[in-house]
Design a protein around this ligand. Structure first.
Ligand code: UT7
Length: 333
């Protein structure tokens, strides 16, 4: 912690679709209730994107806000990474569509990255390393998801959990002591089938001579929820502890933890294991549900706007998701 960091988050922004879908709304569609969803997850409502609110649109809106917050123009951006598992199209990359919407120059590489719910931390680490190479100066790092497009709306075990949205940060040269202090990423591919969208890739192609509506569930998220729950707690705790140890910081030195927003019980369990008060964690999942790669940047932006992150604060970001991937990052403001 002796040296000042070289790169910092210069600005944050987020976008949530206008349409709010409450637990009560969902209980008219599937056999569920507000009481079940809220007590098991902490979720009250989620945002569901309309047809015009594509992943690229939401990503670009969040980015515009992050750029304004940072005081950086699209012309200054020389790298765009979109973390998403719900790109507008399998190809081209959503990042290219965002580049065009924002007017980022052609000299900027633009690509998508899929690490599911850990996607934003993977993208942040990637952008940070690319900036550290000295070849790029300002990066847009975005997490954006239209998960409503990959849900089986007749499956109550998944459709009540997820929502749509986007968050973005501008990464650039650090000013003073604020900056990214560290990042640590992990993956355990042995558990890949626990949480997946089985169809639409080369194993179960979206387009075949026999593709029929009967295949539709393969194009939706399936999850072994209870097993994922246990692994999520262990992985997020491990990722949090390791980055704190690497930087010689006790958990108590963290001013605000911004965790992946999947389930309040998961967050409470991590708080307990790290022996931190739950109010040290920023939580907004009651209003958005699980927005996968968008969850951390959306929460980060709201935490800053709510005054929960102040200059000089140290923030711990921690995520887990399909892959299974997980990771953590330490950021000073
Ligand atoms: O970002 C990574 C994404 N994944 C996650 O974060 C998921 C982690 N897992 C979880 O959050 C929890 O496991 C869930 C919220 C998904 C489920 O909670 P749970 O306490 O583990 O419930 P369960 O799966 O053990 O199901 C308990 C009961 C079952 O009924 P029976 O078999 O006991 O009769 C389910 O069929 O609840 C039933 N159930 C529901 N009931 C009402 C499952 N979904 C619903 C529902 N409404 N929406």
């Amino acid at each position: 912690m002796a040296n000042n960091p070289a790169h910092a988050i210069l600005g944050t922004g987020s976008y949530a679709p206008e349409r709010v879908v409450t637990n009560n709304d969902l209980s008219k569609q599937v056999d569920t209730s507000d009481e079940w969803i809220f007590t098991r997850t902490g979720i009250r409502e989620r945002r569901i994107a309309g047809p015009a609110e594509t992943t690229s649109f939401m990503a670009a809106e969040a980015s515009r806000r992050a750029l304004a917050d940072a005081g950086v123009t699209p012309a200054q951006i020389d790298l765009v990474i979109v973390a998403t598992m719900t790109p507008d199209m399998p190809m081209p990359a959503t990042a290219c569509l965002v580049q065009h919407l924002l007017g980022v120059p052609a000299t900027a590489p633009c690509f998508d990255l899929n690490a599911a719910c850990s996607g934003f931390l993977y993208a942040l680490d990637t952008a940070w390393a690319m900036l550290a190479s000295g070849r790029y100066k300002h990066a847009l790092v975005i997490g954006a998801e239209k998960l409503s497009s990959v849900l089986d709306w007749t499956d109550r075990t998944t459709c009540v959990l997820f929502g749509d949205g986007a968050g973005a940060v501008v990464l650039g040269p650090a000013r003073g002591t604020a900056g990214i202090l560290g990042s640590k990423l992990y993956a355990e591919g042995a558990h890949a089938d626990m949480l997946c969208i089985a169809g639409g890739g080369s194993r179960h192609p979206a387009v075949t001579a026999t593709t029929a509506e009967a295949d539709a569930p393969k194009r939706a998220i399936t999850m072994r929820g209870r097993e994922i729950f246990k692994l999520a707690v262990r992985q997020m705790e491990d990722a949090a502890r390791e980055i704190l140890d690497l930087h010689g910081l006790p958990a108590g030195a963290v001013d605000c933890v911004v965790p992946h927003q999947a389930n309040l019980r998961i967050i409470d369990a991590i708080a307990q294991y790290l022996e931190l008060p739950t109010d040290r964690f920023f939580v907004n999942l009651e209003r958005y549900g699980n927005t996968s790669a968008a969850s951390i940047p959306l929460a980060l932006d709201e935490a800053r706007r709510a005054g929960r992150i102040q200059p000089g604060h140290t923030t711990l970001l921690v995520a887990f998701g399909a892959g299974l991937t997980y990771g953590s990052a330490l950021v000073r403001w």
